[in-house]
Design a protein around this ligand. Sequence first.
Ligand code: KMH
Ligand code: ZN
Length: 275
Amino acid sequence: MATTLITVAPTGAEVSKEEWPQLPTRLEELLAEAKACQAAGAGMIHVHIRDAHHQPTLDLGLLRETVAGLRAETDLVVQLSTGGSVHDPLDARLAVLDAAPDSCSLTCGTVNFGDDVFLNPWPFMVELYEKARDAKVVPEFELFDLGHVASLRRLLDRCGLPWGEQVHVDFVMGVPGGMPGTPQALVAGVQALPPEVTSWSATGIGRTHLPVLAAALAMGGHVRVGMEDNLSYAKGRPVTGNAELVERAARLAVEMQRPPMTPRGARDLLGLPRP
Ligand code: KMH
Ligand code: ZN
């Protein structure tokens, strides 16, 4: 039976702990959420970390500790964000790979990001791609805009296949400045994917979360959920945590006859060796 990879993105770099105390910003909180999310059906975790003051950080020691903790306490595929926050310098974002995750995000182009700019110049994309391949880290190509699909084509032409020889992409939709979080935009994106792409997932930011989740499942894709992307369970009902978002995605996936993929299945999908 076909299965659905559910990736959870529990923290992100934009949401404030002060406003959202349930956001997992401490390592213990992240590990507890990760375990609950795995039990609910997640196969991979997309990780941003915070410092002692709950601010986004790319501190390498803390990243290493986080990777080790997640490996010790869960079976989840560990994906570190190389996007960080819009304020992080490119060299610190490249250095994330030194924490030796299973996977890393690799955004395929610069995009307006609310009032800010999420910078991903071409030379940075190529350097990150090559560094990931040398480090045996599997990139997940983040596509915030239709132009990013074309940049992925250019990247594959320039660099060849990534380590693991699978090409997994994630549409991040509904960011103010990127593509809208609509089924129509998702169809256009999927239709434009290069033939080398072996799997795709999608996530919708904010109120586009549910339409994108439903459209991705209907189209046979994989999904990403979590407090990085969405803070409401329903209109007027804030999320209590990440696990309930994973639980809902898992229920929908079961109903769609594509139940959640295990972490082991996720490793196979991404071309990662089994532990
Ligand atoms: N926080 C955003 C600026 C990624 O993780 O690679 C970038 C982001 C993408 O979240
Ligand atoms: Zn992220």
